[in-house]
Design a protein around this ligand. Structure first.
Ligand code: 13P
Ligand code: SF4
Length: 311
């Protein structure tokens, strides 16, 4: 818990720098508590594009803060932990896109998960997040869709949209891919009747066990609004903080139980983002995000197309 002195300093720094704090559900609880808005990557991208302030503190990983800077280029965007990166963002080669374009020509769209570099976004036709990928892929006019970089989300979309030819890449989230189906099955055996909620970055054999598949905010909504008592959650543990807050606000504290696979899924990148670092980056104006001008325009175009197609 942050001290009163630190909280007072934070309030003063926010005012001085006209700052708004955005946080993803996977960062440390005390960083989420300092945020003006906590959300999934789609919600946070929309907020960054629409919010009015001089300084944006982005408590999340690099691709999220970069997207905020691209969608809001006039703001100073700060990352509390500049080394927090997403390994999946680097699991795509330009040659993969070039090869698909050469094979399918004009009847190919490249749908790029936001967990990607600006260079790959710029090389793609449209960005997607786990909250809007299905809607966007269905709306694309092309029959062939190269889905990058996440294999598992791409495979899930492939199953949901059989009318399209979805071509997959081999990127993955190490944290979600490490969720063991045996541990999920054990949790189901221990809590019969529990609703299994999974993020589509999980492998297909885990998704096969799920009653609900959705983005982090989708999972939170299912857990908060569901009439059931028990939930098994197959995504990063950080979502529990928001679930518990919303369950308490709905008057259901103590009436619902939430379980995770025995090996608790923790994102080593997101979990380095703490409340103290949120305050420190505003104090020092450190961790400023700059985007490479060579790729900024193309990456911004792909992100803006996402906002249009998902609306
Ligand atoms: P969401 O789009 O659900 O926020 O997920 C982002 C992410 O990095 C999941 O690992
Ligand atoms: Fe990347 Fe996985 Fe962490 Fe999400 S949970 S930021 S996909 S490493």
């Amino acid at each position: 818990m942050l001290s009163k002195e630190l909280l007072d300093e934070f309030a003063e720094l926010k005012e001085r720098h006209d700052a708004i704090v955005l946080a993803h559900y996977y960062v440390q609880d005390d960083a989420q508590d300092l945020a003006d808005y906590v959300g999934d990557s789609y919600f946070l991208a929309r907020k960054a594009a629409s919010i009015d302030c001089r300084t944006l503190v982005f408590a999340g990983v690099e691709f999220m803060a970069e997207s905020a800077k691209l969608l809001s280029p006039d703001k100073r965007v700060l990352m509390p932990e500049p080394s927090a990166d997403c390994p999946m963002a680097h699991m795509l080669r330009k040659e993969t896109i070039d090869a698909a374009r050469a094979q399918y020509g004009d009847d190919l769209a490249v749908a790029c998960y936001v967990n990607s570099t600006n260079e790959m976004k710029a090389w793609s036709d449209v960005c997607v997040t786990s909250a809007n990928a299905l809607r966007i892929v269905e709306r694309l006019p092309q029959h062939n869709v190269l889905f990058v970089p996440d294999l598992h989300l791409g495979h899930y979309i492939q199953q949901q949209v059989p009318s399209k030819n979805i071509i997959l890449n081999d990127g993955f989230c190490p944290t979600h891919e490490a969720i063991e189906v045996a541990e999920v099955k054990l949790a189901i055996a221990e809590h019969p009747g529990a609703v299994v909620c999974a993020h589509p970055e999980c492998a297909s054999w885990v998704l096969d066990e799920a009653d609900y598949i959705g983005s982090t905010s989708g999972i939170i909504k299912r857990c908060v609004e569901g009439a059931e008592t028990d939930y098994i959650i197959c995504t990063v543990y950080g979502v529990l903080h928001e679930i518990q807050k919303q369950v308490a606000a709905a008057g259901d504290a103590g009436k619902k139980r939430f379980f995770f696979p025995a090996t608790t899924p923790i994102c080593p990148n997101m979990s380095r983002v703490t409340g103290e670092k949120v305050v420190a980056c505003l104090r020092d104006l450190s961790g400023e995000v700059f985007v490479d001008e060579a790729t900024a325009e193309g990456a911004r175009r792909a992100l803006k197309r996402m906002l249009e197609l998902a609306a």
